[in-house]
Design a protein around this ligand. Structure first.
Ligand code: HEC
Length: 138
């Protein structure tokens, strides 16, 4: 009797796990298709240029590293228990344009722990961190 109970519980846990990934349709894995950038952000380019990466490294260290890890690979200690886990930004930046990164960081990503940084960071800081992400190597 008791054993049957466990089987049911374990099966239930699997079922929940399987459904948990349901929101993945819009997730950007670096090798897959990226979500289209909304018109409001599409085509924007970094007004501060690649030189902003130095300041961006500081922004990243203070706000992003805990989840995304020191090299941006999505392996920060605060991200370990998250589902989905933080994005590997070193891989993502190869496929994603500046406008894509700027959009995502501003508005966050629904259904994940990635919050909207607009209003927390200034627009300049967000561009700085975009420049920094572009320097990340896989
Ligand atoms: C609380 C942990 C956490 C913090 C802090 C955090 N992120 Fe994220 N980030 C995530 C998660 C989780 C995802 C979603 C991964 C997925 O969709 O598979 C994500 C996704 C992203 C994406 C890609 C979104 C996509 O799917 O295209 C970018 C870009 C990003 N983060 C940049 C940043 C930057 C820059 C900072 C700091 C300003 C930051 N993140 C801070 C957890 C975090």
């Amino acid at each position: 009797m008791k054993r049957r109970m466990w089987v049911v519980l374990i099966l239930a846990a699997f079922a929940v796990g399987a459904c948990g990934g349901g929101g993945e349709g819009q997730s950007a894995d670096a090798n897959g298709t990226l979500a289209p950038v909304p018109a409001e952000y599409a085509g924007k380019s970094n007004p501060f240029g690649a030189d902003a990466a130095g300041e961006g490294a500081v922004v990243f260290k203070n706000n992003c590293e805990a989840c995304h890890g020191p090299s941006g690979r999505g392996d920060g200690p605060a991200g370990a228990a998250l589902d989905p886990k933080p994005m590997n930004l070193a891989a993502l930046q190869v496929a994603a344009g500046d406008d894509y990164l700027f959009w995502r960081i501003n508005t966050g990503k629904e259904g994940t722990s990635m919050l909207a940084w607009k209003g927390i960071l200034t627009e300049e800081q967000i561009w700085q961190v975009v420049a920094f992400i572009n320097t990340l190597q896989e």
